[in-house]
Write a protein that binds this ligand. Structure first.
Ligand SMILES: Cc1ncc(COP(=O)(O)O)c(C=O)c1O
Length: 344
């Protein structure tokens, strides 16, 4: 795969209908009728990802427990789909860059699939994420500088060595996995909540959620888009800044260090596409207050939810949103990463 390619898939899912869900498959592949899957390789590759619970956190908030996953983050939805595709087309070696969780996921699924794997992570990535990647026999290169620099170094390798770029941002198969987040919510609740919060760095869950909702809308399963609230880090907010003047491109910013390492993306590659969705569906963008991430993490932990700092940032942003605009009910917040993965 050429590193410069922000590919889009020429694939239209059939009309969504719960009767087409394979209720005997206990993973995201129960929705394979709506996924661009070739062959049956997914059967050997699945690690039982997806099917995460939704819990009532308080009277206004539902949490979707997406860290109840094989590698403890929501990225398994996308990686399972992407690596099933790689296996089906005969790829035997991949490279990928990541803030940690996507690399961890791709490494695990490559291990299951018997595909050679090298992951690039920026310096400062949580040591636990690096240990997990290595444990799956992937090679890890720690790159000095920012997350954006790490992506540049990895893409150079792809260009020079012609490696398959199993990247969660560039490769459109990843979104065909993350969209199952919405299918699941619908199957579990028989409806879509009014307010959907979503972290926004490179937008892999964001795009998956919008795609999933668009499919439900086109299939007349839902009548209108819910309110979507995208969350950026206060220290790294190219979309929030662009949104102020309704710009078409993410703003140029200098990322500052943040505990929310998972969304610390200064140069989001699918920036224009994401902003198109933002304006089309009246999506709000808010920032997570850095100095309240720990407090939010403790509030969640005090009720039994031990999530990583990036995930606590989404909850901190929800709390800020309520303070600024008043309480809102019927909110769905994703718990994307497990607490044991991040140290600060
Ligand atoms: C725990 C967690 N939450 C949210 C995100 C944000 O995902 P994206 O950059 O695709 O928007 C990431 C990305 O690595 C993550 O690890």
């Amino acid at each position: 795969m050429i590193a410069g390619g922000l590919w889009k898939l020429d694939y239209t899912a059939p009309k969504f209908d719960l009767s087409l869900v394979d209720h005997d498959t206990w993973s995201i592949f129960r929705y394979r009728a709506f996924m661009p899957l070739e062959g049956e390789q997914w059967r050997e590759i699945s690690l039982g990802e997806g099917m995460t619970s939704i819990i009532q956190f308080d009277k206004d908030v539902l949490l979707k427990m997406d860290y109840f996953m094989p590698t403890l983050s929501f990225k398994d939805r996308g990686a399972a789909m992407l690596i099933a595709h790689c296996k089906a087309i005969g790829v035997d070696s991949v490279v990928q860059d990541s803030s940690g969780n996507a690399g961890n996921s791709v490494a695990a699924y490559c291990a299951k699939a018997g595909i050679d794997c090298e992951i690039f992570v920026p310096e400062g990535t949580s040591p636990k994420k690096i240990d997990m990647i290595k444990s799956h026999n992937a090679r890890v290169s720690v790159i000095p500088g920012s997350r954006d620099n790490c992506a540049d170094v990895c893409r150079k390798k792809v260009d020079i060595e012609g490696k398959y770029y199993a990247n969660h941002v560039y490769n459109p198969f990843f979104y065909e996995g993350t969209k199952t987040y919405i299918y699941e919510v619908y199957e579990q609740l028989h409806r879509i909540p009014e307010n959907i919060f979503v972290p926004l760095g490179n937008g892999t869950l964001f795009i998956g959620i919008v795609k999933g909702l668009e499919e439900l809308l086109k299939s007349a399963v839902i009548e209108r888009m819910p309110n979507i609230v995208a969350v950026q880090s206060e220290h790294c907010a190219p979309f929030a800044k662009a949104f102020i003047n309704r710009e078409k491109h993410p703003a140029k910013i200098i990322p500052q260090p943040t505990m929310a390492e998972g969304i610390a993306i200064g140069v989001p590659m699918r920036g224009e596409e994401i902003l198109e969705y933002v304006y089309k569906y009246n999506i709000k963008i808010i920032t997570a207050p850095e100095n309240r991430i720990m407090e939010a993490r403790m509030k969640l932990a005090a009720k039994g939810i031990y999530c990583e700092h990036t995930t606590a940032a989404t909850y901190a942003a929800y709390l800020k949103h309520c303070e600024l605009n008043g309480k809102i009910s019927d909110c769905l917040i994703p718990m994307c990463g497990a607490g044991l993965k991040s140290d600060h």
